[in-house]
Design a protein around this ligand. Structure first.
Ligand code: CMC
Length: 398
């Protein structure tokens, strides 16, 4: 006591023990429950990886079926919660709506917000499936709300197909249903899988922090959504697309922008580059970069923003400024280009990130909530304010 270690932003502080995700930032390694992200991206799909991240093991066939059924059962967002949308202007930031409605789930499901999982694990299973499934549905509802279109009821199909159905069916009232091409479903699956978890990033640390006070799952997830909304975290995928569009509109191939990005100012950073932990390629960026080429080719899309992104990447990887600071592409650098190819508007990009990351938030929340003797997260600080001084009455103040 009395002795405080100062570690700005906890960059070197292990705040917890965790069995979920392993990262070696210098080597560019990412593993969930021991499984390399490359293998999961190649062989698994989002719902299976979500199960793995939350429960610690790959599911057998029966477990996978039961998890899928639970997700399907809880896909629909109840009518009273749908009405909350009426209180939001169409232009409301998507992450603001998401954070609000996710928190409101606790009001509508008090039985799941009671936190007595030690007695009843089925309560956790239901809460977890509900959070994953409804966050996905809310993503589609937010899209429809922004467009002024009625919500599309959930369909009895796979997780990603259902999302695309709830997004794009009936583009005008009474219009036809959307049938997603297999390539589109596959790409969405990959995107969600690659965002499933990433150890103690800002939003996951926020979820654990809130959960450590024994706050319920939905309150903790809502904090995660809010933390993710910032442009230096989940908002980066949106910022990348805005940057690429600006470069394109200015008739630049990226060369001028790269020069500005070297000023060190936060406002001109090369978005989608650099990472608080990776001092090497973000392994997810490699996977997404390769998938980007394939998806666009399969869908027959020629996006000039992909050419700019490739040029920026090549220029940065030759430039001493970026090399000496170990700044490499991160997961957000190419994810936006894929989402754009799938017809997802930029305004929804961070919501898609949240749909994937809800998985990791739940797993991390459970690690905290299931510790019978866990300690509340309560970091200390180094005080740099005024030393003791005496109160000055109003009349005597300058
Ligand atoms: N462009 C230009 N310079 C940069 C960049 C960049 N993207 N990132 C870092 N730098 C510079 C920074 O100015 C500093 O320079 P100097 O040593 O001269 O002061 C040096 O590199 C080290 O940067 P840092 O601020 O210590 O790095 P950090 O670990 O605090 O920040 C980061 C990590 C991700 C916030 C930062 O790299 C960044 O702002 N990147 C752009 C935003 C982005 O892509 N975020 C997504 C992160 S991955 C997904 C997620 O977490 O959601």
């Amino acid at each position: 006591s009395g002795y405080i270690c100062f570690d700005q932003g906890y960059g070197n502080t292990g705040s917890c023990e965790s069995q979920i995700t392993y990262i070696d930032g210098d080597a560019g390694i990412l593993r969930h429950r021991g499984y390399p992200i490359e293998q999961l991206a190649e062989q698994s799909e989002f719902v299976e990886t979500a199960y793995l991240v939350i429960y610690g093991e790959l599911p057998n066939a029966a477990q996978r079926r039961a998890f899928g059924d639970l997700l399907r059962t809880h896909a629909e967002v109840e009518e009273p919660l749908q009405r909350i949308f009426e209180g939001f202007p169409r232009t409301a930031p998507p992450m603001t709506i998401l954070a609000s409605v996710v928190a409101a789930l606790a009001a509508h499901h008090p039985e799941l917000a009671a936190n007595n999982f030690e007695k009843d694990l089925a309560v956790f299973d239901t809460a977890a499936a509900m959070a994953i499934s409804k966050t996905r549905t809310l993503g589609a509802m937010i899209y429809r709300h922004r467009k002024g279109l009625p919500f599309v009821p959930s369909k009895d199909t796979t997780f990603c197909e259902n999302f695309l159905h709830m997004m794009f069916s009936q583009k005008e009232p009474g219009g036809p249903d959307y049938l997603a091409e297999p390539e589109v479903v596959k790409a969405l699956n990959l995107l969600l899988l690659l965002h499933a978890d990433h150890e103690q990033n800002c939003s996951t640390a926020a979820v654990r922090m809130v959960g450590s006070s024994s706050a319920n799952l939905f309150a903790s997830l809502s904090a995660g959504v809010s933390a993710l909304s910032g442009p230096l975290h989940g908002g980066a995928n949106t910022a990348v697309m805005e940057m690429l569009q600006q470069i394109h509109d200015a008739g630049d191939d990226g060369s001028r922008f790269i020069e500005q990005a070297k000023s060190g100012s936060k406002s001109t950073r090369l978005m989608g580059f650099g990472h608080a932990v990776y001092r090497n390629f973000d392994p997810r960026a490699k996977i997404i970069g390769a998938a980007c080429e394939k998806v666009l080719a399969k869908l027959g899309i020629n996006d000039p923003l992909l050419d700019i992104a490739r040029h920026l990447e090549q220029a940065a990887l030759r430039d001493d400024y970026f090399l000496s600071r170990k700044l490499y592409p991160n997961v957000d650098f190419y994810s936006g280009i894929i989402m754009r190819a799938l017809g997802i508007p930029v305004s929804l990009f961070t919501v898609i990130f949240a749909m994937g990351r809800t998985t990791g938030w739940i797993a991390n929340w459970y690690e905290v909530a299931s510790q019978p003797k866990g300690r509340i997260y309560r970091p200390r600080q180094v005080y740099t304010g005024p030393v003791k001084r005496d109160y000055v009455p109003m009349a005597a103040r300058p």
